[in-house]
Design a protein around this ligand. Structure first.
Ligand code: PMP
Length: 396
């Protein structure tokens, strides 16, 4: 038998051991973590909808109306009118002809990629794509060609020299760096080389673009240019689940072929009803998105002055790259001592030597919340992150 205990010890020694924290009460910036009150800067609840009173009310009314469990897969007897309504609303919201619900984003990526590509086909995938895309590519059995993050010249060369069916897949907003893919040139390349384009907009949906319609809408790309648009509901929408939106043939085909759609229990119908309500809130949340943008600007200005290394991101994902696992864990622990929850992200989630604090901002944060974080970052700044050029003191 493999020595699993040894592997666990080795992980601990390398600073790679993952540990959970127990949250009590609702998700919001003021969290209770292992019984301790902490101000959180690491959730994906970008608009504060995970605990929005309207959503809570809709969910409890929907529970009275439709009960709790999904009870079966969609193709047996689980496909509820509430799912159908949410799919229609998602299609309208994203400007697509149709949408199909999945129980999680991880399952959506696995199911969609493995349905759309197989043996003999080629998938082109950005090196920083989310783990669920990586796993979907593996599962498909297709040949996978990974290009350096954002390197569209390399992608163009690969597309040029490849025959047969081609699927290009990319995050819209990269989950650990926060940057947005160059969607317009990406779509142009795909048209030129007759490749199918799939964008995972888990982190752009609700946040970017007009009325929060996502990174693809922000880039002005329609269904023909981005035929496969995936989004999740567990982040800005504040609920749970995911969807794929696109032409009618796409959703019809996925119902036949996507195994993670076919062989799993449908999401609770009440949750679909709460997600419908989230969509309406997202549409009306321009002022919350403006507040979030102001938080992001202030964070970037101040943290750059402190000499921390930020990524080129204009989204709520604002990682501070520290480098070593140990230094990142130490910084996270220091922040926790000051009442802040910012988790350390280490390999293999990010490349070796690029461990980071993945700070995320939310419209639910106030400027006072942000100032607490900024003050703590000044107090905890380790020598290793201080750039010799940018060493001006932080002035509030
Ligand atoms: N894609 C991306 C880019 C993600 O960041 C995530 C979640 N971390 C997923 C897919 C998976 O979504 P879900 O959490 O709904 O499974």
């Amino acid at each position: 038998m493999r020595d699993f205990q040894l592997e666990l010890r080795q992980r601990r020694e390398a600073g790679l051991h993952r540990q959970r924290r127990e949250i009590s009460g609702p998700q919001r910036p003021a969290l209770t973590v292992n019984g301790q009150p902490l101000l959180s800067f690491c959730s994906n609840d970008y608009l504060g909808l995970a605990n929005h009173p309207d959503n809570r009310r809709v969910l409890s009314e929907a529970l009275d109306e439709n009960g709790l469990g999904g009870a079966s897969s969609h193709l047996i007897c689980g496909h509820h009118r509430a799912h159908e309504q949410l799919e229609n609303q998602l299609a309208a919201f994203t400007g697509r002809s149709s949408a199909l619900l999945f129980s999680t984003g991880y399952m959506a990526n696995l199911g969609v990629i493995s349905a759309l590509a197989g043996r003999g086909d080629t998938i082109f995938s950005d090196r920083l794509n989310h783990a669920s895309i990586v796993d979907g590519c593996r599962l498909s059995g297709a040949r996978v060609r990974r290009y350096h993050h954002g390197d569209l010249e390399a992608l163009a060369r690969m597309l040029e020299e490849t025959a047969g069916h081609k699927l290009v897949v990319s995050d819209g907003v990269f989950s650990m760096d926060g940057d947005v893919a160059a969607l317009v040139p990406l779509a142009q390349l795909c048209t030129k080389h007759d490749a199918l384009l799939m964008i995972d907009d888990a982190h752009g949906f609700g946040v970017l673009g007009p009325q929060g319609r996502g990174s693809v809408a922000a880039a002005g790309l329609n269904e023909e240019q981005v035929p496969v648009l995936m989004g999740t509901l567990g982040k800005a929408a504040g609920t749970s689940g995911a969807f794929v939106a696109g032409p009618a043939w796409l959703t019809e085909y996925l119902v036949q072929k996507a195994r993670t759609y076919i062989y799993t229990t449908a999401m609770p119908p009440a949750l679909a009803q709460a997600s419908c309500n989230s969509l309406s809130l997202i549409e009306s949340f321009d002022s919350q998105r403006a507040h979030l943008a102001a938080l992001i600007d202030r964070f970037r200005d101040q943290v750059t002055l402190m000499g921390y290394h930020l990524m080129p991101s204009a989204t709520p994902i604002q990682p501070i790259v520290v480098g070593s696992n140990e230094a990142t864990l130490a910084l996270s622990a220091e922040l926790q001592n000051r009442g802040l929850l910012v988790t350390a992200i280490r390999p293999p989630t990010v490349p070796d030597g690029q461990a980071r604090l993945r700070i995320t901002l939310s419209a639910a944060h106030s400027f006072d919340d942000l100032n607490r974080l900024l003050r703590a970052l000044v107090q905890c700044r380790p020598d290793c992150v201080v750039s010799p050029v940018l060493s001006e003191p932080f002035a509030e």
